[in-house]
Design a protein around this ligand. Structure first.
Ligand code: AMP
Ligand code: GLY
Length: 425
């Protein structure tokens, strides 16, 4: 099978590494890719959010499967265009990707199908949003409707902060993504992610994962794309996990009822409240960095699985998962998620990967002319370790990352601490 993967993060390096390990795969292309994918596949340049350009390239390369990593191409309709041209695509249609691309659509979908979520209202102008805030007080949550790279959500602790967030959205801070606003009840509880493969008919869940979104130790400071993650999540009971899976099954039934073509990964972001798990959001793709712990635990062949999902042929398919634990620590450029420097030489990746059970996925990296590795983004590397239990995986990940260095390196030292009885994480 020849495959084209779209994207350039640690998620795409993890996807590409698993595909490269499949005996079914011959040629593997990544657009645009990064320093890590360039070592195991052919990086190509391509306007990945342009449906016509991607379709043309996939035809030219004669690939058997197109795998879409990030959300923007999905929302732009890349899956629809390629599928219409007869290409097997792992990734939902634009209409189905509205589950991620529009918070208002997602909340309406949850209500229509009885999927538990925070009480909410949707607003299309500043006056009505401020009018609502006059009778609904902080703490309250303000969300820009569209894609805002994880920055469109404000959990407001005061009425003034809530009003300012609404004004920022309608004032254009998030461009068109902020022209509608969702205001919702603030929920409290630990969070976890449930990712599942689905061909729109069956749900094939992965182990639960827990991301660490805040930049600082003890879950402090601004939100990021994710600073570290582990899976499975041992502190979540079998009963809670069953409730989460029932909600995910309900989502797949809802997609069917609404005639939405969904083939790919459905990602439910959950908060575990005193009233049971509730949905915070859907994503229409693999998580980053969740993928960097989930795919190393997958023992089934990823290329075959993705092809069966893309061609809606998963009847009878059962996934095999390792019974180990996986933990990944993100190594970031100092200053991220604010401004940071790039082009710093990276040392020690080979030494870290020499440790059995350790994989280093590359996110913001590029290969220099001489084959050396340089930083090229905010999140630079994901150091993943597998161990018989989470404590062992954590120990191994931190041991491995101690070999790695680049100027301004920053990482959280408490990934996994909550599960292991520490104070945060
Ligand atoms: P989202 O992109 O909708 O997942 O929101 C990003 C983060 O904001 C979540 O991971 C939560 O930490 C927080 N958040 C979102 N919605 C709520 C809510 N209704 N109550 C409390 N926290 C929330
Ligand atoms: N790690 C969160 C996300 O991928 O959306």
């Amino acid at each position: 099978m020849d495959i084209l993967v779209l994207g350039s993060g640690g998620r795409e390096h993890a996807i590409t590494a698993s595909l490269a390990a499949s005996r079914l795969v011959s040629k593997l292309y990544v657009a645009p890719g990064n320093g890590g994918t360039g070592q195991i596949a052919k990086n190509i340049s391509l306007a990945i959010e342009d449906p016509a350009a991607v379709t043309q390239k996939a035809k030219e390369l004669e690939v058997d499967l197109l795998v879409i990593g990030p959300e923007a191409p999905l929302v732009a309709g890349v899956a629809d265009a390629a599928r219409a041209a007869g290409i097997a695509v792992f990734g939902p249609s634009a209409a189905a990707a509205r589950l991620e691309g529009s918070k208002r659509f997602a909340k309406g979908f949850m209500d229509r199908h009885g999927l538990p979520t925070a009480a909410w209202g949707g607003f299309q102008d500043l006056e009505s949003a401020l009018g609502f805030l006059a009778t609904h007080h902080a703490p309250i949550v303000i969300k820009a409707d569209g894609l805002a790279a994880g920055k469109g959500v404000t959990v407001a602790e005061s009425d003034a902060e809530a009003a300012a967030a609404v004004e920022a959205c309608f004032g254009g801070r998030f461009g068109a993504a902020g022209s509608e606003v969702v205001i919702e009840e603030r929920l409290t509880g630990p969070e976890c992610s449930c990712l599942a493969f689905t061909d729109g008919r069956r749900l094939l869940p992965m182990p639960l994962a827990q991301d660490h979104k805040r930049v600082g130790e003890g879950d402090t400071g601004p939100n990021t794309g994710g600073m570290g993650v582990y899976a499975p999540v041992p502190q979540i009971s079998a009963q809670t996990e069953a409730a989460i899976l029932a909600i995910m099954e309900g989502a797949v039934r809802g997609l069917q009822e609404e005639g939405l073509d969904y083939r790919g990964v459905l990602y439910g972001g959950f908060i575990l409240t005193a009233d049971g798990p509730k949905l915070l959001e859907f994503n229409a793709r693999f998580g980053d960095p969740e993928t960097q712990v989930l795919l190393p635990l997958l023992q089934s062949d990823l290329a075959e699985l993705m092809y069966l999902v893309a061609t809606q042929d998963t009847t009878g398919l059962e996934l095999e998962w390792s019974c180990e634990a996986a933990l990944s620590v993100v190594l970031a450029s100092g200053g991220y998620p604010g401004s940071y420097q790039t082009d710093k030489p990276i040392a020690g990746v080979v030494a870290a990967e020499a440790i059995p059970g350790v994989k280093v996925y590359q996110a913001g990296t590029r290969l220099g002319q001489d084959g050396g590795l340089f930083t090229a983004g905010g999140r630079v590397l994901d150091v993943t370790a597998l161990g018989p239990d989470l404590a062992e995986a954590q120990k191994l990940a931190y041991e491995a990352l101690s070999y790695i260095d680049f100027e301004g390196i920053y990482y959280r030292r408490d990934i996994g601490a909550r599960a292991l009885g520490g104070q945060s994480g």
